[in-house]
Design a protein around this ligand. Structure first.
Ligand code: IYR
Length: 229
């Protein structure tokens, strides 16, 4: 076993004013982010997608296993195959009769249906796979831990990086997604997790007029421990 090596990590202490300034600026930037479903067909340089992927890969992960694989697709024939397979699944979801009415009603105000033309129009599709186990140099499996949490956090970093660069995306999760494994030739220990179309917003892009929950709605501060009552 190699010795873990440690080195000093001393992020500079900032003044409260500077912390607030940075925190507010980041919040305001992130609050501008929207899930966009209308993409311009214009190409996006590969380097930008590479940057979003390396940013995602800075995410914390259990035992530092980084149990993710980002598969970037720009090839039109592959994007088409993904679109057709995703639409076949979505058609069953919307029109197959087994999705609870409540779920369809929750989606109705968002104006969604089974058609996913954006999967062909967006210049990049980035499919994220979660690795149930790693593969050691000699080929034997090494367990991964808290895979869902680790990959979810990395995807959050990916979305933030895409937004920061002025591009748009949305997490697309047709269920089941095994068609992605087949089309992209992924091994069985890599499970399809989410699909991100990435590109510029179309000039005519619209997003639903939704509000975010307030701080009070999403937080609770110092709840009293039952034993202290
Ligand atoms: N995957 C489907 C349905 C869908 C489900 C949820 I939950 C959403 O927030 C959005 C869509 C689709 O993409 O249409």
């Amino acid at each position: 076993m190699p010795e873990p090596r440690f080195f000093a990590h001393r992020p500079p202490r900032l003044t409260k004013a500077e912390m607030l300034r940075r925190g507010r600026e980041f919040y305001e930037q992130m609050n501008e982010r929207r899930s966009v479903r209308h993409f311009a067909p214009d190409p996006v340089p590969r380097e930008l997608i590479e940057l979003a992927i390396v940013t995602a890969s800075t995410a914390p992960s259990a035992a530092h296993r980084q149990p993710w694989c980002f598969v970037a697709v720009s090839e039109p024939a592959t994007k088409r195959a993904i679109r057709l397979a995703a639409e076949a699944e979505e058609r069953k979801f919307y029109e197959g009769g087994s999705t609870p009415a409540e779920w369809l009603e929750a989606l109705a105000p968002l104006g969604m249906n089974w058609k996913k033309t954006y999967l062909e129009i967006a210049p990049w599709l980035v499919a994220v796979f979660a690795e149930e186990h790693a593969v050691a140099a000699d080929g034997h499996p090494l367990p991964n831990y808290h895979v869902e949490e680790s990959v979810g956090i990395a995807c959050g970093f990916f979305v933030a990086a895409i937004h920061q660069m002025g591009l748009v995306t949305l997490p697309h999760t047709p269920r089941p997604m095994y068609f992605l494994s087949e089309i992209l030739g992924r091994p069985p220990h890599q499970k399809p997790y989410v699909l991100f179309p990435v590109g510029y917003a179309a000039p005519e892009a619209q997003v639903p007029n939704l509000e975010r929950k307030t701080l009070a709605q999403v937080s609770l501060w110092d709840p009293v421990h039952p034993a202290a009552k």
